[in-house]
Design a protein around this ligand. Structure first.
Ligand code: F3S
Ligand code: F3S
Length: 114
């Protein structure tokens, strides 16, 4: 079980969640952030901090949100467009830094109109 970040984060990237995660397992992509499912300790600290309620725990995800469970994992374990290797489990978002790529699902979403 893990927490995941769903579509409301796209093109917003508020990042308040990053500041409260005790294990630094929320990683930044080009248009969205992603929770590493292997590194998340399910503490729940991030969930109430997101102003657009993009963060949910797997067990409570709606069908629409649940798509992002596999997609959060894909950010780490698939080879993202423009990269040569999977990101894997770096052990901290600070170690890796922002990634200038997204999963194909997120990259193909239409721009969010503000
Ligand atoms: Fe995104 Fe919400 Fe975090 S918008 S960056 S999931 S605080
Ligand atoms: Fe991090 Fe806890 Fe959320 S480990 S991703 S703040 S559930």
């Amino acid at each position: 079980m893990t927490y995941l970040i769903a579509e409301p984060c796209v093109d917003l990237k508020d990042r308040t969640c990053v500041d409260v995660c005790p294990v630094d397992c929320i990683y930044e992509g080009a248009r969205k952030l992603y929770i590493n499912p292997a590194e998340c300790i399910e503490c729940g600290a991030c969930e109430p901090e997101c102003p657009v309620e993009a963060i949910v725990i797997e067990q409570q995800a709606t069908d629409e949100e649940a798509v992002h469970l596999a997609d959060n994992a894909a950010f780490f374990y698939d080879v993202l467009p423009g990269r040569e290797q999977p990101i894997g489990d770096p052990g901290g978002a600070n170690v890796l830094g922002p990634v200038d790529a997204d999963t194909p699902l997120v990259a193909d979403l239409p721009p969010r109109s503000s």
